[in-house]
Design a protein around this ligand. Structure first.
Ligand code: NDP
Length: 373
């Protein structure tokens, strides 16, 4: 508790200091699990039509066959959100190759898929990132941070050793714009296109193939890969050039963090004043102070004391830090973003790598001496 309080004080003082600086100066068919094979095929044909450079004959050495069966997607990063995304791809009429740092997870993914599906197309796991990327039309990465993706590029087993010109790397990591721009430049030198394409909607959204995908990069490249993104995404938005998807995602998550923290403070004060938190939420959720935190996270995870682990606090800390960085880079005064970043960095330090993001509320409870229940 003493450490937590010290961290709070440190965070708050940094936040106040921060506040005084920085003055202003498709058209293709949708594919989802359960979609009839014919619709999937239509989507893949739409894909063929818009990728002359990746036609069946150019990518497959002149053999003629249905593009749908021959489109190969590689997916790297079978984490909390990557796994359900990859599962939808495995259920679509595409060739899928998965890779994961802990290889057992990739092997288990393939085995589980084979056990439950009548296989009409290939789902395999690759031993290295290069093997995953070799011959793939689209390579999707979903790792904790952009630096992890960058670290996979080099060496004889790295992505660059396997990627062929004409392929597209779609990075679904909630990444940082500067690293994404560097990645795009390095890949372009090899004739590979890059899109930053972070997702929102959480694990539940991924399981329902209902993610929002926010994309930075060339709009024409997005149209080429849209049928693949539509396998797990419900809303796909082109946000701007490379890095724009990352920036939008980071600001969205900074708002999530802000709502979580401020709702916890408000409910702690009300609970302490004798108002039951479910009564307060009943009012707030039909009033102007409502948010996803008040409408879903507090009723389902805090009042129940369930705190399921779906999205690590460490990742939310990273996202808020990126948002604060974007504001600093643009010389936009954003004291609230800077303070939120400091608070979440301190919370991450105190609660550790494996804590869920909603568990930040437990720390606010400690700091305020009030349990919200
Ligand atoms: P997890 O921590 O659950 O999984 C991370 C994945 O990345 C694992 O497959 C892990 O492999 C792999 N990995 C970690 N470090 C490295 C590395 N250095 N090199 C190669 N692979 C590595 O993360 P999530 O799946 O939750 O998140 C992934 C991305 O999606 C993050 O950017 C996150 O911010 C974002 N996101 C997550 C959401 C969620 O609800 N979980 C919602 C929206 C976006 P291993 O199995 O070996 O540990």
């Amino acid at each position: 508790m003493a450490a937590a309080t010290a961290a709070w004080s440190a965070a708050a003082s940094v936040g106040v200091a921060a506040s005084s600086v920085a003055r202003p100066n498709s058209t293709s068919a949708r594919v989802s699990p359960g979609t009839p094979a014919s619709a999937v095929k239509t989507a893949c044909l739409a894909w063929t039509a818009v990728i002359p450079s990746m036609s069946t004959s150019s990518r497959m050495g002149g053999q003629s066959s249905s593009f749908s069966a021959m489109t190969t997607v590689a997916f790297l990063g079978l984490g909390a959100i990557g796994t359900p995304m990859a599962r939808h791809l495995a259920g679509a009429d595409l060739g899928l190759r998965v890779w994961n740092r802990t290889a057992d997870k990739a092997a288990a993914f393939t085995a589980a898929h084979r056990a439950t599906h009548a296989v009409t197309h290939a789902v395999t796991h690759a031993v290295t990132p290069a093997d995953a990327a070799r011959g793939a039309d689209v390579v999707i990465t979903c790792l904790p941070v952009s630096a992890d993706v960058e670290a996979l590029l080099d060496g004889p087993t790295g992505l660059l050793a396997g990627l062929a010109g004409g392929a597209v790397l779609v990075d679904c990591t909630s990444g940082d714009p500067a690293t994404s721009r560097r990645l795009a430049a390095r890949l372009a030198a090899q004739g590979v296109a890059f899109l930053d394409a972070p997702v929102s909607g959480g694990v539940a959204g991924a399981e329902q193939a209902a993610l929002t995908v926010m994309v930075g990069g060339d709009a024409a490249v997005l149209e080429r890969v849209r049928p693949v993104l539509e396998v797990f995404g419900k809303k796909i938005v082109h946000c701007g050039g490379v890095g724009a998807g990352d920036a939008v995602k980071a600001v969205n998550n900074a708002l999530l963090a802000l709502h979580l923290w401020s709702t916890a403070e408000g409910l702690a004060a009300l609970t302490s004043a004798g108002v039951r938190p479910e009564v307060a939420l009943d009012v707030i959720n039909t009033s102007s102070g409502r948010s996803n935190a008040s409408m879903n996270l507090f009723p389902e995870r805090v009042l129940t004391r369930a705190f399921p682990r779906t999205f690590r606090l460490a990742l939310l800390d990273k996202d808020v830090g990126i948002a604060a960085g974007v504001a600093r880079e643009q010389k936009v005064a954003a004291p609230m973003l800077q303070l939120t970043a400091e608070l979440f960095r301190a919370a991450h330090q105190v609660l550790g790598e494996e804590a869920d993001h909603v568990e930040v509320v437990k720390w606010v409870e400690q700091l305020t001496g009030t349990v919200i229940r």
